[in-house]
Ligand binder design. Structure first.
Ligand code: NAG
Ligand code: NAG
Ligand code: NAG
Ligand code: NAG
Length: 379
């Protein structure tokens, strides 16, 4: 990494004098950077940072100014933040990636499986529809960024934040110490809000327009994602004292495992509120029978396509070729997954760990067995 840092430095107009690299190495570095930059062109959202190999901190050393402005996925405000907080960009990319990965896990058995279409547009046109799926995607990406930035603060990776300085919880037993180095949720939340919401905040649309409804929807779901991370954060403690007596405890603020965030947001997806614009240009729930959604809930404004067939105009990839479960009556069952088109049956060989034995002490040894299973694939 140090080598790369030097390479990058030498080609930068602001590189310190007396750099030791020769021109061949310089050409190599420039070629590398050009390649990296090509990947991000055409990107239309900060989500593209997740796909972006640029997110090596070293790349930001080359007078980050031009680099930030070339990141096409960023809005004007996000480019400014990129310049001011260069060391944060890597974690924004990681956060987006964590969010997308978790989305794919949560939706692995659904027709829409959160697959990314290509590196540049990330999710393709599906996100142009103000659907539940879009709501989930915005929320989990924003949540991913809170998660990544809060952790990076704790780990000392960022110059403008450190361990959490959250106040001691009132219900913490008196003799427990508060002040282990915690995840800096406060900073992560604020930075994520500023960065992720910047894109929406820069726009202004006519009151009552569809675009204004979509903008409010996006902001609401970004916030719901951040609050989910915040709601799930908890106090974690460690024992000290002579030979594990636990006479002394040190406690700190800890973010929940991101899987838990994914599960919670998936539940919120299932109970997301359908919204419409009222005459004063505000989003209100379509069905006033239900309690109005809070800032912790997901909201959407358009119904979802059925995602059955590939459709260029909606961006749906369709379910042709997807695996399904013959005996399940859920969304992963062949009937629903294949939208009634039927399925093909294959014999597939899978390799498993088997005949596992426990050996004293302490490991488990397994054999590998091959097993033939029936697989069902949508027509
Ligand atoms: C997408 O990224 C992968 C690696 O991240 C790369 O191998 C592939 O060529 C890229 N595809 C496009 C279309 O840029
Ligand atoms: C694609 O979806 C749009 C909008 O739902 C629909 O009007 C159109 O007929 C679809 N096209 C195909 C080829 O299915
Ligand atoms: C998600 O669905 C697409 C389109 O049907 C398919 O190409 C892709 O392999 C699926 N991804 C996973 C992880 O199942
Ligand atoms: C298929 O679905 C059934 C019922 O939900 C479940 O018990 C079974 O484990 C599933 N099979 C696979 C391969 O996922």
């Amino acid at each position: 990494m140090l080598f790369l840092r030097r390479l990058v430095h030498v080609c930068c107009p602001s590189a310190p004098a007396g750099s030791v690299l020769d021109s061949r190495q310089c050409v190599f570095a420039l070629t590398l950077l050009t390649l990296l930059l090509q990947v991000v062109v055409e990107a239309n959202s900060w989500w593209s940072l997740a796909m972006n190999p640029l997110l090596i901190p070293e790349a930001y050393i080359i007078g980050a100014q031009p680099l930030c402005s070339q990141l096409v996925g960023l809005s004007q405000g996000q480019k400014k933040l990129c310049q001011l907080y260069q060391d944060h960009m890597q974690y924004i990319g990681e956060g987006a990636k964590t969010g997308i990965r978790e989305c794919q896990y949560q939706f692995r058995h659904r027709r829409w499986n959160c697959s990314t279409v290509d590196n540049s547009s990330v999710f393709g046109r599906v996100m142009q529809i103000g659907s539940r799926e879009t709501a989930f995607t915005y929320a989990i990406s924003a949540a991913g960024v809170v998660n990544a930035v809060s952790r990076a603060c704790r780990e000392g990776e960022l110059s403008s934040c450190g361990c959490s300085r959250a106040a001691r919880p009132k219900d913490l037993p008196r003799d427990w110490l508060w002040g282990g180095c915690g995840d800096n949720l406060n900073y992560g939340y604020r930075f994520s809000k500023e960065f992720v919401d910047a894109r929406e905040r820069e726009k202004s649309y006519a009151k009552g327009s569809f675009e204004s409804a979509r903008l409010m929807m996006n902001l609401h779901n970004n916030e719901a994602g951040r609050r989910t991370v915040s709601d799930l954060a908890h106090v974690s403690c460690k024992c000290h004292g002579v030979s594990g007596s636990c006479s002394l405890k040190t406690c700190w603020l800890q973010l929940a495992d991101f899987r838990k965030v994914g599960e919670t947001l998936k539940e919120k997806y299932d109970s997301a509120a359908s919204m419409k614009l009222n005459s004063r240009g505000k989003l209100v729930q379509r069905d006033s029978k239900f309690n109005p959604p809070t800032s912790h809930d997901l909201v959407y404004i358009e119904s979802s396509p059925d995602y059955c067939l590939s459709n260029q105009s909606t961006g749906s990839l369709g379910t042709v070729g997807r695996l399904c479960n013959k005996t399940s009556e859920g969304m992963d069952g062949c009937e629903l997954m294949c939208c009634g088109r039927g399925y093909d049956q294959y014999k597939a060989q899978i390799v498993e760990r088997c005949h596992c034995k426990f050996h004293w002490c302490c490991y488990v040894k397994c054999k590998r067995c091959t097993k033939t299973v029936d697989q069902f694939v949508c027509k």
